[in-house]
Design a protein around this ligand. Structure first.
Ligand code: NAD
Length: 378
C-alpha cells in the first residue's frame, strides 16, 4: 500500500505532511512512501534527505496515484480533478468553512474517503494524533515571538544603574493549548501574565503556568459536556467586556486564542477597547483564520491603529516554525495510520469514535454535520 506526500500549494504554507526522519517509521508500518519533488523544500528538507531515509521522490501526477494522500492543507480547487485516484485523503479540512466544497467532492468522487485532521475528537485515546493541539502549542510559542518582534520594550524587569524598568504585562485570552503555551513562554521571559477563559477548568491550568486568572463576575460554564467551548450568553459577554476594558488599559500585549468549534471566532476586543490601549501595545490575534477575536484584525497582516496599537493577524504561526511543526504533524499522522491497522490491516472504520468523527466524505456522501455531537471525553 502506498502513501503519497504532496507539496503544499496554499499561500504562506511551508509545512509538509512527512519529514525525512519519519519515512522509516511509515515504512515499518508496511507502507511505500512517495514524496513529491520539492515537497519539503520550504521546511528545509531536501529531496535527497527523503531518498536517504527510503522515500521515492516523484512528480505530482505519480503521487496522486498512491492509495493514501497525506497533506497539511485541504486539497486546492485546481487539484480537485486528481481526487479520482486515491482511496483516502487526510489533511486539515475546516469543514464548517468548506461544506459546499465537500458536497461537490462527495458527489464527484464516490470512491473517496476524506479524513479531516481538524475533526479529531478530544478524547484521551486520540491525544497522540491530535494535530490541532500540536500545532496550537507551536503557534502559542510563536505568537509570543511575533509580539516581541514588534513590541519595543524588554519583557523582563530590569534594575540598572540608569534606572528601573518594569516587566511587560501580557493578557492571554483563551487559556487552551495555544494560550497555555503563550503563558509559559511569557513567564519564562519574565513578564507579568494575566489570563481569561470561559471554561472553568482553564483557571487551574492557567494558574499552574504562573498566570493570574481574571474571572468574569457572571458565573456561566463555557465548556459543553464534551469539553468543547461554546458561545456565551449576552449577559456574560457584557460582563466579560467590562473586565477586558479594565485590563486593556494596563497591559502591553494581548494574545487572543478564543475559538468555538465549527463557528466564527467570538469578538473580544472591539474598536473602543483598542482605543483605550497604550500606544506601542501589541495584539496578536491567533484566531485570525476563523474571523479573528479583534475587530481590527486583517488576515496575515500587521495593522497599526490610529492610537499606535499593532494588531498582528498572522494565520501561519505554526508554519513559521515549519521543520518542527512538520515533524509533529507527521507524528500525528503516523499515530493515526498505526491505529488504522498499518498497511497490512488498513481499515477505515466509520464505527470507530476517532475515524468516524474525522470522516467528512465517504461513499459519495458529505459526512460532516455541525449537529453531530462529538464523543464525550473518556
Ligand atoms: P480552542 O483552540 O478551541 O479554543 C481556545 C480557548 O479559547 C479555549 O480554552 C476556549 O475555552 C477559549 N474560549 C472560547 N471562547 C472564549 C471567550 N469568549 N473568551 C475567552 N476564552 C474563550 O481550544 P483548545 O486550546 O484546542 O483546547 C481547549 C481544551 O480542550 C483544553 O482544556 C485542552 O486541554 C482540551 N483538549 C483536550 C484534548 C484531548 O484530550 N485529546 C485535545 C485538545 C484539547
Amino acid at each position: 500500500m502506498s502513501i503519497g506526500v504532496l507539496k503544499e500549494r496554499a499561500h504562506l504554507e511551508r509545512r509538509v505532511a512527512m519529514t525525512p526522519t519519519m519515512v522509516p517509521k511509515f515504512r515499518r508500518l508496511g507502507f511505500t512512501v512517495k514524496v513529491e519533488k520539492d515537497a519539503g523544500k520550504d521546511a528545509n528538507f531536501s529531496d535527497n534527505m527523503y531518498e536517504q531515509y527510503g522515500a521515492e521522490v516523484e512528480k505530482k501526477s505519480k503521487i496522486w496515484k498512491c492509495d493514501i494522500i497525506l497533506k497539511v492543507r485541504i486539497v486546492e480547487n485546481d487539484e480537485k480533478k486528481y481526487l479520482k485516484y486515491p482511496k483516502v485523503v487526510i489533511s486539515y479540512v475546516n469543514p464548517s468553512m468548506n461544506k459546499e466544497w465537500l458536497e461537490e467532492v462527495a458527489n464527484e468522487f464516490p470512491n473517496l474517503t476524506y479524513l479531516a485532521m481538524d475533526q479529531v475528537p478530544r478524547i484521551s485515546r486520540a491525544q497522540k494524533l491530535d494535530s490541532l493541539s500540536s500545532m496550537a502549542n507551536i503557534g502559542g510559542y510563536r505568537a509570543v515571538m511575533e509580539a516581541f518582534q514588534v513590541f519595543q520594550k524588554c519583557p523582563k524587569p530590569m534594575i540598572t544603574a540608569a534606572g528601573k524598568m518594569p516587566p511587560a504585562q501580557v493578557l492571554v485570552m483563551g487559556a487552551g493549548v495555544a494560550g497555555l503555551a503563550a503563558i509559559g513562554y511569557c513567564k519564562n521571559l519574565g513578564c507579568i501574565v494575566f489570563a481569561m477563559d470561559t471554561r472553568s477548568a482553564a483557571k487551574g491550568d492557567a494558574e499552574s503556568m504562573g498566570a493570574k486568572f481574571l474571572e468574569v463576575s457572571v458565573k456561566e460554564e463555557g465548556a459543553t459536556a464534551g469539553g468543547y467551548s461554546k458561545a456565551m450568553s449576552d449577559e456574560y459577554v457584557k460582563a466579560q467586556r467590562e473586565l477586558i476594558k479594565r485590563t486593556t488599559r494596563a497591559v502591553d500585549i494581548i494574545i487572543t486564542t478564543a475559538l468555538i468549534p465549527g463557528r466564527k471566532a467570538p469578538i473580544l476586543i472591539d474598536d473602543e477597547l483598542i482605543s483605550l490601549m497604550k500606544p506601542g501595545s501589541v495584539i496578536v490575534d491567533m484566531a485570525a483564520e476563523m474571523g479573528g477575536n479583534c475587530t481590527k484584525t486583517q488576515k496575515d497582516e500587521i495593522v497599526v491603529t490610529d492610537n499606535g496599537v499593532s494588531v498582528i493577524g498572522f494565520t501561519d504561526l505554526a508554519s513559521r516554525m515549519a521543520p518542527q511543526s512538520s515533524e509533529l504533524y507527521a507524528n500525528n499522522l503516523f499515530n493515526l495510520l498505526t491505529d488504522m491497522g498499518g498497511a497490512e490491516h488498513f481499515k477505515v472504520d466509520q464505527n470507530d469514535d476517532v475515524v468516524g468523527a474525522m470522516m467528512v466524505v465517504s461513499q459519495g456522501k458529505m459526512t460532516w454535520y455541525v449537529k453531530t455531537p462529538p464523543p464525550a471525553p473518556a
